[in-house]
Design a protein around this ligand. Structure first.
Ligand code: ZN
Length: 426
């Protein structure tokens, strides 16, 4: 029919059959040349051959943009563009090797006063240390831990809070040292405890910077840390004030000679806010430009996903209050992950109760790195629950993609928990 119309001319749209009507808008681009139906220079592929053609377009598993670009030089049919997108979103090879774009940095508002919002972390240099830093002042305390338990950490914080007061917001990672006992501590001491997604340093830049400085001070000053800390605390930050001035509204006396009148100078809070806000905007801008950041789609409860860093499939069971944070149920436990680590895998069906028929995660370079990272930093342990036992099964759980290209063949090995995940499940 298309062929006839392209030769004899098109009737009015209302006179067209239902199935031809969508082509009406392309009537001036459709032609019949040398027995081939064309839209401009692209061959119009009949429906019986479209599936094969899609496979050819996707050969090599290039991304959506590249597949569309290939199509633009060769073939066309109605709905091709969305079919390409669907194909790639439902292709396990593509999903399992996807690297997400960085998302635009979320601006964390600068606190109104010192010690209002603080952040904690744990790090190890021979011994374990607890580090506590204020968002406002960047004044940090390093506390050596003889035992890495929730109660030891809480005891240290109580001492600290008796000195500086109780902050309003305390931020930490989601490690085992900041769980039930810590939540009770937060309730008793009346502060709000917020946590960040594991392995997502972008969300906790303040503490990352403090840990870096602290580690360097410890390594460079094996004879004693006190004066090194005093030097850091009395050195002006970019805003012009030192951490001690920002926290205590006075300069601390050190070995460096200073006019006594300088020790008593007030901090101009408005100026601090203005400068910090501007610095923040600049660095966010730079980050977004450098990483060509763009927003990833929001996920919802029940969505199937591929967890990039763990190399396993899972299902979103909770959308957390913290931005871009999700709880993901997998056959190996429940994990909290930032959107950055998740790729939608709509072809993957996980229905409760979880059936343990997922393909075995592939130990890869990436996963080995994660393993060693975990071993070295037990505070980053992420699992919060055990979900199911592991059964052996050879069922294939990859369903047909919605647009009905036959499912890609998957390995049907027995599902076995990989060794590198052993520390995840409690
Ligand atoms: Zn693919």
């Amino acid at each position: 029919m298309l062929k006839d119309y392209s030769i004899t001319g098109w009737p009015a749209k209302t006179k067209l059959e239902e199935n031809i009507r969508p082509y009406y808008q392309y009537q001036f681009e459709i032609s019949f040349v040398h027995d081939i139906l064309l839209r401009n220079n692209r061959i119009i592929i009949p429906s019986s051959l479209q599936l094969r053609c899609l496979e050819f377009l996707h050969r090599g598993h290039q991304g959506i943009v590249k597949c569309r670009a290939r199509a633009k030089t060769s073939v066309w049919w109605l709905g091709l563009s969305s079919q390409i997108e669907n194909l790639i979103r439902n292709c396990p090879q593509c999903v399992e090797h996807q690297i997400n774009f960085k998302e635009p940095f979320l601006k964390d508002s600068f606190p109104e006063r010192p010690w209002q919002k603080i952040e904690l972390d744990l790090f190890k240099i021979d011994s374990w240390y607890l580090i506590v830093t204020g968002y406002y002042s960047r004044f940090f305390e390093i506390l050596k831990l003889n035992k890495m338990t929730e109660s030891v950490i809480i005891a240290k914080l109580k001492t600290l809070f008796s000195r500086f007061g109780i902050p309003e917001i305390v931020r930490s990672d989601n490690g085992p040292q900041f769980q039930s006992e810590f939540k009770k501590f937060a309730y008793d001491y009346d502060f709000h405890h917020i946590t960040s997604s594991p392995y997502f340093p972008q969300s906790n830049g303040c503490i990352e910077a403090a840990v870096k400085i602290a580690k360097s001070l410890i390594k460079k000053n094996p004879g004693g840390l006190d004066l090194a800390l005093l030097a850091y605390r009395t050195t002006p930050l970019e805003c012009g004030y030192s951490p001690s001035e920002l926290l205590m509204n006075r300069k601390l006396r050190s070995h460096l000679p200073i006019l006594p009148s300088q020790l008593n100078k007030d901090v101009n809070a408005k100026l601090v806010f203005k400068r910090e806000d501007k610095a923040k905007d600049t660095s966010i801008d730079q980050f977004n430009k450098r990483h060509r950041a763009r927003n990833l789609s929001e996920l919802k409860q029940g969505d199937s996903v591929w967890v990039i860093d763990l190399r396993i499939y899972g299902k979103i069971i909770d959308v957390l209050r913290e931005p871009r944070s999700y709880m993901v149920e997998t056959n190996f436990g429940i994990y909290r992950r930032n959107r950055y680590h998740l790729v939608p895998a709509p072809y993957y069906i996980l229905s409760p109760p979880l059936i343990s028929t997922l393909p075995q995660p592939q130990p890869s370079e990436n996963s080995v790195n994660i393993d060693s990272k975990l071993m070295n930093k037990s505070s980053r342990e992420v699992s919060t629950n055990v979900t199911t036992g592991i059964h052996n099964s050879s069922d294939n759980v990859v369903s047909s993609p919605p647009w009905s290209v036959p499912p890609l063949r998957r390995s049907t090995r027995n599902s076995k928990r990989p060794a590198y995940l052993k520390d995840y499940v409690t």
